[in-house]
Design a protein around this ligand. Structure first.
Ligand code: ADP
Length: 472
């Protein structure tokens, strides 16, 4: 028998003893009065007996009250605290009775609820952290078609303002195609993948995955995941265009070489004048092919070689002067005057000299090609802040303003016929841009159609904080 049962039993026994005592005293009193003692004595005994019995009952009752009611009240308080999420209170357990067992059970329950809540909140925290750092947009839609959760990426993709939670997905996503598929996923319960182009808030290509949730902890509905594949699509298009351009550019000279060679074999070779003319054409086309292949190899090296440039601190004047000297030799017969202006003191920059010379060659080649007889090409090198700036300006035909933003694209030529005549590949300026970018600089162009163009490129100056190539 546990302590509490013992106490109650003891209390009952004491009350019985007290009552028996009282009854005994009454009987004794009656006998006394029967034997002739007066009634006053009898009443005194009676009163005394009742007082003794009452005193015992009161003492036992209050003892019981303090032993049972107090712990029960304390446990009630603890249970109330638990219900409000306060797990800091414990039921007082220091006895060996049923109430202590109840207190222990209460404390165990409190600890286990606390552990469960902690686990749930950690899980929720992890889920929220994952969702908010994801690059893909995630939207939960309940079985009634209302948006129940949206992560940060989705807010950005759809430019969502306040109060989107609880609203129908049609109003939030504002895309008929996606909404139609969401409804279908809710009704059929099957997963789906689709590609959608959205125009609001900006044009994007989205890959959308719809996964129905059948009676999960958050109820049923659909989780919609959005991958922004705009950049991927753009790169894919560039690659496709590039392959198409390369094939086209290679096909033209190859067809020409093949055609003229065939005509020679068919008999034209026996006519010396025709033969010479055809062989000259074949040579020109082969040179063009050679130029194209070289430019393609250069571009591919710049884009994908593990170490596309090897910069060392060097005087930028050397590369600029070397290239300008070569260009002046070509410009002479074309009737173009080439001028050069460089500072008196060295301009040290971390550069790959050969690559910078190639940049200069391309810019000067264009400047001379597109400048008519009697024109001027002016090359200057100056220091501006932490950069060395090289300018190649000509008084040539200029570039129409609408073409300016695109001339650094691969294979972009302002006038196909003109480029073909001047022997361009449309890759020269792409190579310039890539090389300057790899040197940490920028290339810019200004041009007035019909009056001339100025190409500028900047290269950061060498600072003592930069590591010197080859230094141990
Ligand atoms: P290309 O090999 O055809 O010259 P580029 O990439 O070097 O190719 O140049 C792209 C186009 O930019 C050229 O076809 C030409 O139309 C235009 N361009 C480049 N430089 C000049 C210039 N200095 N003056 C006029 N047009 C130019």
């Amino acid at each position: 028998m546990k302590g509490l049962g013992l106490k109650v039993t003891t209390a009952v026994l004491l009350t019985v003893v007290a009552s028996t005592l009282a009854v005994g005293l009454i009987i004794i009193g009656r006998q006394g009065s029967a034997s002739g003692e007066d009634a006053a004595t009898t009443r005194l005994i009676l009163l005394f007996s009742v007082l003794i019995a009452g005193g015992i009952a009161t003492a036992v009752g209050s003892r019981l009250a303090s032993g049972i009611i107090q712990p029960v009240e304390q446990m009630t308080d603890v249970a109330r605290s638990l219900s409000t999420g306060d797990f800091s209170r414990y039921a007082f357990v220091n006895r060996d009775d049923e109430l202590s067992a109840l207190g222990e059970a209460l404390n165990e329950m409190s600890a286990s609820v606390r552990r469960m809540l902690e686990a749930a909140s950690t899980g929720k925290g992890h889920l929220e952290a994952v969702l908010s750092t994801m690059e893909s947009g995630v939207v939960f839609i309940d079985s009634h078609g209302r948006v129940s959760m949206v992560n940060t990426a989705a807010v950005k993709i759809f430019n969502l303002q306040d109060a989107y939670l609880g609203r129908p997905h049609v109003e939030v996503l504002r895309n008929y195609q996606i909404s139609a598929e969401v409804d279908r996923a809710i009704t059929t319960g099957s997963s789906m993948r689709l590609e959608v182009n959205v125009i609001y808030p900006q044009e994007r290509s989205l890959e959308v995955f719809l996964n129905p949730l059948a009676g999960g902890p958050n109820g049923s509905g659909v989780v919609v995941v959005f991958h922004d594949v705009t950049e991927l699509k753009r790169l894919e298009k560039i690659r496709r265009d590039f392959v198409a351009n390369v094939s086209h550019e290679l096909k033209t000279p190859v067809t020409s070489v093949k055609g003229f060679a065939e005509t020679l074999l068919d008999g034209a070779i026996s006519d010396p004048a025709t033969a010479r003319e055809f062989v000259e054409i074949i040579f020109r086309e082969a040179s063009r092919l050679d130029m194209l292949v070289r430019d393609l190899v250069d571009l591919s090296n710049l884009e994908s070689a593990p170490v596309p440039i090897k910069p060392v601190p060097d005087d930028l004047r050397d590369s600029v002067q070397a290239s300008t000297r070569k260009a002046a030799l070509k410009a002479g017969p074309a009737g173009v005057n080439v001028r050069l202006r460089t500072p008196g003191e060295p301009v040290i920059c971390p550069i790959d000299g050969e690559r910078i010379e190639q940049v200069m060659d391309n810019l000067l080649d264009n400047a001379i090609k597109f400048t008519p007889r009697g024109g001027v090409v002016e090359v200057s090198l100056e220091v501006q802040g932490n950069y060395a700036v090289v300018t190649v300006a000509d008084t040539g035909c200029g570039i129409p303003p609408e073409d300016l933003p695109r001339i650094f694209e691969r294979f972009y030529t302002v006038d196909k016929a003109r480029s073909k005549k001047t022997g361009g590949t449309g890759l020269g300026l792409s190579i310039v841009k890539h090389t300057v970018d790899l040197h940490g600089g920028r290339v810019q162009v200004e041009s007035e159609y019909g009056k001339g163009s100025s190409f500028h490129f900047s290269i950061p100056l060498f600072s003592n904080h930069m590591p010197r190539a080859g230094a141990s």
